[in-house]
Design a protein around this ligand. Structure first.
Ligand SMILES: Nc1nc2c(c(=O)[nH]1)N[C@@H](CN(C=O)c1ccc(C(=O)N[C@@H](CCC(=O)O)C(=O)O)cc1)CN2
Length: 285
């Protein structure tokens, strides 16, 4: 038997899709280990995530070739990937590195199956001693309002040179240009430190404190040109009180941000997240 493979697909919904897919797997000596599906009546799209083993590599190759025909028939967007294939990830950070250090820790203990190909910051390395400690290339790319195009070109060069498949904005506090957002469409995750759609933009904890909220939260979402409007992947929140200062909210929020971003990155790495118009389908972990 081969190792686990992850098949994901989305297509216009119609009766018989689950049967058609699982029949093909059976015909090519595939064994379903786990299957999840969802049909969205609003968007009329069907989503599926299947974990399967194959009798051998030849069976997997024959399935892949045959399935591409089926996918064409049903207008499927699909992917078939070895579950143990590690993705190459580039992490961007600005001044606050609590999410960065959390991702590095989870990577070091093997919780996140990824290869970190580099860290980019618009702040100097002195603020992030963590990167050097793990022999991860650290790129200091300063930015001003006048140099954003040049700075983003530097980031794109690193992405191309390293083959980064996912970019994580771990409290990277620069708004990506429309061109950069399009270039990274569907493969750039941001952690916003509020429970969106509340308190978009800069300083959400200060916005929340001024509003007198009783809950604060964090949102991990795909980045689009529309600031903090991208498809939401993971969210979490926790209670605060009238006695909490903005600094208390920042402190309490750090733990929420860390766990929300880590969960969103893991869901993406495990092909659990499928785009559904402006939203996502997340097949639970
Ligand atoms: N195109 C996008 N870029 C970014 C997004 C996004 O959704 N689309 N998310 C932000 C993260 N973010 C909040 O989570 C955020 C970052 C920065 C700002 C902001 O106003 N930045 C100023 C500069 C601030 C500074 O230099 O300290 C700016 O870029 O002019 C608001 C929200 C990441 N990028």
């Amino acid at each position: 038997m081969t190792g686990h493979h992850i098949l994901t697909l989305s297509c216009p919904d119609r009766p018989g899709l689950t049967s058609a897919v699982t029949q093909r797997l059976f015909q090519h000596r595939g064994n379903v280990v786990e299957a999840q599906q969802f049909g969205d009546a609003e968007t009329g799209r069907f989503f599926m995530r299947i974990v399967a083993d194959f009798a051998d590599e030849a069976a997997e190759g024959e399935f892949r070739q045959d399935f591409s025909g089926l996918a064409g028939t049903y207008d499927m967007e699909w992917s078939l990937r070895q579950a143990d294939e590690r993705r190459r990830v580039l992490i961007l950070v600005s001044k606050f590195d609590h999410c960065l250090s959390d991702l590095l820790y989870r990577h070091r203990i093997g919780e996140l199956p990824m290869d970190i190909v580099g860290i980019v910051s618009n702040h100097p390395a002195e603020g992030h001693e963590l990167a050097g400690a793990r022999n991860i290339p650290f790129h200091h790319f300063p930015i001003t309002k006048d140099t954003k195009p040049q700075q983003e070109a530097q980031i794109r060069d690193v992405i191309e040179e390293t083959g980064a498949e996912l970019v994580v904005l771990a409290r990277y506090m620069q708004i990506l240009s429309d061109e950069m957002s399009a270039y990274l469409s569907g493969r750039c995750i941001n952690i916003h430190h509020s429970f969106l759609p509340g308190f978009k933009g800069a300083k959400p904890y200060h916005q929340a404190h001024a509003r007198g909220v009783k809950m604060i939260g964090a949102t991990a979402h795909y980045v689009t040109a529309d600031l903090d409007e991208g498809p939401i992947i993971v969210q979490d929140a926790e209670a605060i009180t009238h006695a909490d200062t903005p600094d208390d909210l920042v402190r309490k929020g750090r733990d929420i941000e860390r766990r929300v971003l880590a969960r969103a990155v893991r869901c993406h790495l495990e092909d659990r997240v499928l785009l559904n118009a402006q939203k996502t389908v997340v097949f639970g972990d």
